[in-house]
Design a protein around this ligand. Structure first.
Ligand SMILES: C[S@@+](CC[C@H](N)C(=O)[O-])C[C@H]1O[C@@H](n2cnc3c(N)ncnc32)[C@H](O)[C@@H]1O
Length: 319
C-alpha cells in the first residue's frame, strides 16, 4: 500500500520539474531547434522543450534508468514532435548524437541527481526514510550497489568520502561505527544504515529555542541524509560523469548554443562554476551566469525538493 505523502511534499508517482520557467528562459527553445536533455527523468523539462521545438525540431534525451525511459516515452509521445531516447550515461551523449548524424545542437540541459520516482521507490534504496535494499544504482543493470560499497570500504575511505563529498562533520565516528557493526552482520538495508548513523551522530544536539534552529529530529536526520547522498554519488560516479560531460559539451554546441545545468550538491555546483569560468577565460563560452539561479519562494514551498537547486548557464562563443 502506498504511504500518504507529507503535506507540501511531492506527491508519490509525480516528479515536478525544477526551475522549469527559468530553464525555458535560458535555453529559449525555438521552432526547428535541436536540443539535448541529458537527464530525461519523468520528462518534465523534455516535454516543455519538445513542445517548443515543434515538428521540425528534435529532442535527444538520455537517462541511465531504463524504468524512467519507459515512463517518459509515453509522455513525450503525447506531444507528437520528433524525439530520440537513449538509455545510457550522459557522459557519452556524443555517441547517440553521432548515430543520428547530428554534429552540434542548439541547447543542452542537465538536471542532476535523482527523480522523485527513484526516491519514492523503496526498492531502489535511495531514501533513508523508506525501508529497502541498499542499492542506489540508477542503472540497475550494472555496477556496485551501495551495500557493496558500505561493506567493503575501509574506515579511511569512508571517512574521506563522508567528509569531502558529504561535508559530514562526524565522518570519522560514523565510519568507525559502520566498520564495527558490519563485522557482525553485513549492512544490507536502508533502515540498518540509517539507524547506525543515528546512534552516533550528531555528537552534540543544539537545543537552542531560536526559531531558525533546526529541530532535534532534523539535526539527527542530517548526517543520515549526508551519508546517503555521498553513497549515491559514489555508486553512480556522479562527479566523474559530470566532469566528463563538462569536458565534451562545448564541442557539441552550435555557436551561440546554450547549456544549462541544475545541481543539488555543492561539489557538483563547484565543478560547473569552475568549468564555465575557465571556458569563458579561454573564449569557449562568450557569456556565463554570474550567479546561480535559485528557485523562487513559491517553488520552494510547493516543491521542497527544489530547495537546494542551483542552475548555471553558459553560451558557446561564435568563434
Ligand atoms: C533530477 S532527475 C531529472 C528530472 C527531469 N528533468 C524531469 O523534469 O522529469 C535526474 C535524472 O537523471 C538521471 N541520471 C543521473 N545521472 C545520469 C547520467 N550520468 N546519465 C544519464 N542519466 C542520469 C537519473 O536517472 C534521473 O532520472
Amino acid at each position: 500500500m502506498k504511504r500518504p505523502y507529507k503535506k507540501r511534499s511531492t506527491p508519490e508517482g509525480e516528479h515536478r520539474p525544477v526551475l522549469i520557467q527559468e530553464v525555458l528562459e535560458v535555453l529559449n527553445p525555438a521552432e526547428g531547434g535541436i536540443f539535448v536533455d541529458c537527464t530525461l527523468g519523468m520528462a518534465g523539462h523534455s516535454r516543455a522543450i519538445l513542445e517548443r521545438v515543434g515538428p521540425t525540431g528534435q529532442l535527444i534525451a538520455c537517462d541511465l534508468d531504463l524504468e524512467n525511459l519507459t515512463r517518459a516515452k509515453e509522455k513525450l509521445e503525447q506531444v507528437g514532435n520528433p524525439f530520440h531516447l537513449h538509455h545510457g550515461n550522459f557522459a557519452g551523449f556524443p555517441t547517440p548524437m553521432g548515430e543520428l548524424g547530428i554534429a552540434a545542437v542548439d541547447g543542452l540541459l542537465a538536471d542532476l541527481g535523482m527523480s522523485s520516482m527513484q526516491v519514492d521507490d523503496p526498492d531502489r534504496g535511495f531514501s533513508h526514510m523508506r525501508e529497502g535494499p541498499l542499492d542506489m544504482r540508477m542503472d540497475r543493470e550494472r555496477g556496485k550497489t551501495a551495500a557493496d560499497l558500505i561493506n567493503t570500504m575501509t574506515v579511511e575511505e569512508m571517512t574521506e568520502y563522508f567528509s569531502k563529498v558529504g561535508d559530514e562533520p562526524d565522518a570519522e565516528i560514523i565510519a568507525k561505527t559502520i566498520a564495527k557493526v558490519r563485522k557482525g552482520l553485513p549492512i544490507t538495508t536502508t533502515r540498518q544504515l540509517s539507524l547506525i548513523i543515528r546512534t552516533v551522530a550528531p555528537k552534540t544536539i543544539n537545543y537552542s529555542p531560536l526559531p531558525k534552529q533546526p529541530t532535534e529530529r532534523q539535526q539527527r536526520i542530517r548526517p543520515v541524509a549526508r551519508v546517503f547522498q555521498t553513497l549515491r554519488i559514489l555508486v553512480n560516479r556522479e562527479l566523474a560523469n559530470l566532469q566528463e560531460l563538462l569536458r565534451v559539451i562545448p564541442w557539441c554546441l552550435k555557436p551561440g548554443g546554450k547549456i544549462a545545468i541544475i545541481s543539488f550538491h555543492s561539489g557538483e555546483d563547484r565543478l560547473v562554476k569552475a568549468s564555465f569560468r575557465d571556458g569563458k577565460r579561454l573564449g569557449i563560452y562568450s557569456e556565463t551566469s554570474k550567479k546561480p539561479i535559485r528557485p523562487q519562494f513559491q517553488e520552494r514551498i510547493e516543491n521542497p525538493r527544489s530547495r537546494s537547486a542551483k542552475m548555471r548557464w553558459a553560451v558557446r562563443s561564435e568563434g
